[in-house]
Design a protein around this ligand. Sequence first.
Ligand code: SF4
Length: 700
Amino acid sequence: MIRTAESPRPTRRTVDTHCPYCALQCGMTLSRGAGTEVAPRDFPANAGGLCQKGWTAPALLTSPARLTTPLVRVAGELRPASWEAALDLVASRLLEIRAEHGPDAVAVFGGGGLTNEKSYLLGKFARVALGTSQIDYNGRFCMSSAAAAGVRAFGVDRGLPFPLTDLAGADAVLLAGANPAETMPPFLQHLRGAGAKGGLIVVDPRRTPTAEQANLHLAPAPGTDLALALGILHAAVADGHMRQSYADERTTGFEAAWRIAAAYWPEQVERITGVAAADQRRAAELLAGARNAYVLTARGTEQHATGTDTVSAWINLALALGLPGTRGSGFGCLTGQGNGQGGREHGQKADQLPGYRKIDDPAAREHVAGVWGVRADSLPGPGRSAYELLDVLGTEHGPRALLVFGSNVVVSAPRSAHVTERLSALDFVVTADLVLSETSALADVVLPVTQWAEEDGTMTNLEGRVLLRRKALDPPVGVRTDLAVLAGLARRLGQPEGRFPADAETVFTELRAASAGGPADYSGVSYDRLRAGEALYWPVPGEAHPGTPRLFLDGFAHPGGRARFVPVRHTGPAEPPDERYPLHATTGRVLQHYQSGAQTRLVDELNDTVPEVFVEVHPDTAERAGLAEGGLALVSSRRGAVTARVRRVGSMRRDVVFLPFHFPGEARANLLTNPALDPVSRMPEFKVCAVRLSKEDGAE
Ligand code: SF4
């Protein structure tokens, strides 16, 4: 029998903390009286606001679905086991598999919701305790294209290289592929200034709640954002809005980028995207005419097989207008997962070491190996990216065992039926989880771990600000922290005592040393400074350093200090519609749910509001497929099919359907999605694939 959680025992009555979900990391106060409650607090990112997910977050702490004992599969069933027995089993099986097939036969998969300490220790555990190169994480599905484009243009990637509150002074903001009205509602208050001045531009194929609030909504066909960015750049240059002196002094490469953009005049781009040429020119005018302006991207424009080039196209536009590195203006991307920023800096990515260092850089290897007390040549090299790793699990040349921390890949990976098959082909799967998620349900061993309010740890929000999330409650009896799990496994794998500490502050102290001198330098961030309320934005290279709220004011991170235009051209979606699959499907989030829904589906108030997958479709398109409002549709792609409740939405493009991706089993939107990968970031093309619609009984 699986034990469920009892009410947590309080250790303090009131604690300032942060929301467990998205990268806005809203400040909240958790208080414990008759029950556990949260209230928003005056923190700059949310300024007293919380969304429904934040308000209901305490329900996670007492969910009857919480796991409180390790589970081990016996005769096909998961059964309760002691921690000793479970950890002994995991260590012995990993050692066996490694002895038989080599260190890369064991793979590790992390998550963008893990604290900095967990991300760091997980990367170290993979490289040192397991000796495997096969580690990646779900942030590859989230931020990797924006990160790659940011590094290419600016020399370093920090989602927002300025404090969020700077946006309030903007006259114009272009949001490309972002729907914060549903994903992070308190963020909208930072856009009020631009909206009031008529300068809020939203690029999204759907008329989302965010697009409803825009002064100008541009709705390109899915997969054509890159062409749209080129069209607006063309209009800006042709209409005399180019900031030539900025380009001359602070950038390189405009001519090469322009040679391509010159062929994308607005009327030509209208034919590709469906966005009126006049609206493209209007967008260019609004941005160029603003005293302060920002271009911001998010997953809608990034999760494509051309995601890196698409973000580069938006950056080129921002550079032509002289925005990045200018006080009061800029370019940024809106990180999604709670620790999407810190999670990509400290070593759980296949090609990376802590401090945002590259794993194939000899100097980086020497530095980190020195902190870890191992030889640099003992560290493995780069491994496979997330989808490429999942795709080869259990194959002749792929890993035989997988450890999953903070991720639910059965729901969140593209082409999810295939990924489920690959997991099932493994010899051994271990998960560390709060509840029996869809991925944990397939595991051989499930280790119950603590969550946000039950542990100390740091998160780095979408601005690059490091936050201390303090322990407010004792976890349920029987639950351990992920750090304790890694420490316990490391000892059993033969690591010396103390090399894998279980205390968060001790791990963070080591992270500081490992990151010192790297692009994301946390060496000057300490728990004491965070406890004292200091607002520390990385890099913070030293205890006396005040942090860096605004990057790039004095120069970009490339040698010579200049930003780089990158020449990019439109190629379109990897899978264009055709006669068999005539529609574009795009996927995204709803207000009530977060990522794979493993947590929010447990909260009645959220799940009762949106309990099942739906498909938004234009009434004319629905009519042609014989689909009534509230009926069931079968949405099919080359990879699978989803049965979804029909919502006829007059503002949808006739060639597009939308499905949220929070639901499990046969309702997984990712049964449809295309794993075509971006050549630079290895981001899968979540945001567009070709589908057809029919009645649920299959009649077309
Ligand atoms: Fe804030 Fe995001 Fe939590 Fe909502 S989910 S309360 S926007 S941190």
